[in-house]
Design a protein around this ligand. Structure first.
Ligand code: NDP
Length: 331
């Protein structure tokens, strides 16, 4: 596939450009408004052309665009690409409110282009092994789960994430969307209710930098979640507790293909074999295949909408102190 990239961003630089190329994709053009930085970025990543506005894409020379700009810019950029007939893989969160996310989905549907959301965790081999084991009945019926996605935001990522709520700053919109997504493919959907508290500690400058919640799923299954920008040594992971056993994914809420899965049951405790693979290459492979086969990507626009709906319910619960039900997608 021939790709355009919007945003001379960290995620494009650290992961996505390599992932596109590893899956046989060619990056034809970078769209960036950041002048000298954009040209340096394109040169470092061997991208032949730089444009400053998505309107300058030449649609006949591209198949798809990867949108990796700051969150509040996503909608307009996706809209322009879709109107040119280009398929779009958009970064999470798709937008900052649900009306905008709905518009994005509708615009792409009307234009007949694919919309994918870059939730990488569901493509991890560790999470796949956990889903397989649960599907085989290794832990019986799921009773509850715990997600601890508590990290220390490195200095080069702090910028808008810690001081610009209007651009999508704050740990909830940044990280809880990933938790909602990876849980959705194991729990069979999104929470029916959430109850949350947030706090602003050492990094947040007008936005929350830590959050804890209880999410209730269908079947009265409870999940506790912890998102943080300020905990350097907490480690991260996910646990599923069932009637016949428990599964522990340690260090598995990562961008890198790492982590361990352990199963505890009546036979004892044992580590599960995992053959790691690059998560973002999984995203790209699935997206490219979906375009070729004419099916929706596994992590499509509706998935991105619902993960955002969950994160926004978390924020609303923290603000009001009340239980909230995410406003999930309905066509
Ligand atoms: P960055 O803060 O690195 O970049 C965002 C934009 O800021 C760039 O597109 C660029 O604007 C501008 N910019 C960046 N560096 C410079 C610089 N040195 N000089 C001038 N301008 C600069 O964003 P992230 O990569 O952290 O995040 C981008 C998107 O990706 C967000 O939506 C985020 O939520 C998402 N993300 C997703 C992850 C995932 O695993 N799926 C992980 C991390 C982020 P311009 O576009 O004009 O070039």
């Amino acid at each position: 596939m021939k790709w355009g990239v919007i945003g001379a961003s960290t995620i494009a630089s650290e992961w996505m450009i390599d992932a596109i190329r590893a899956q046989g994709g060619a990056i034809e053009v970078l769209c960036s408004g950041s002048g000298e930085h954009a040209h340096e970025f394109a040169s470092n990543h061997r991208i032949p052309e730089v444009i400053t506005r998505p309107e300058e894409f030449e649609p006949f020379s591209l198949d798809a665009v990867y949108v990796s700009s700051i969150n509040h810019l996503h909608l307009r950029q996706v809209e322009i690409c879709a109107s040119m007939g280009l398929h779009v893989l958009c970064e999470k969160p798709l937008t900052l409110d649900l009306d905008e996310a709905r518009s994005m989905l509708q615009i792409c549907r009307k234009a007949g282009v694919h919309l994918g959301t870059n939730h990488h965790l569901r493509y991890a081999a560790t999470h796949q092994r956990i889903r397989e084991l649960i599907g085989e009945g290794a832990i019986g019926e799921i009773l509850s789960a715990r997600v601890f996605h508590a990290v220390h935001l490195p200095p080069h990522l702090q910028g808008w994430r810690i001081n610009a709520p209007e651009q999508g700053g704050g740990v909830v919109v940044d990280i809880a969307v990933h938790n909602a997504d990876v849980l959705s493919v194991t729990m069979g959907g999104y929470p029916e209710q959430v109850q949350s508290m947030t706090s602003e500690k050492s990094l947040g400058q007008g936005v929350e930098d830590e959050c804890m919640s209880i999410w209730r799923y269908a079947g009265d299954r409870l999940v506790s979640t912890h998102e943080s920008f300020v905990t350097p040594f907490a480690g991260h992971g996910i646990e599923f507790h069932g009637t016949q056993g428990s599964l522990f994914g340690q260090q598995v809420m990562s961008q890198a293909p790492v982590g361990r899965v352990t199963l505890n049951d009546a036979q004892g405790s044992r580590e599960i074999d995992v053959v790691h693979r690059n998560l973002y290459e999984g995203v790209i492979a699935d997206f490219a295949e979906s375009v070729n086969d004419g099916r929706a990507p596994w992590c499509d626009g509706v998935s991105g909408y619902n993960s955002l709906a969950t994160a926004l319910a978390v924020l609303e619960s923290a603000k009001t102190g009340q239980l909230q039900s995410p406003n999930l997608w309905s066509a």
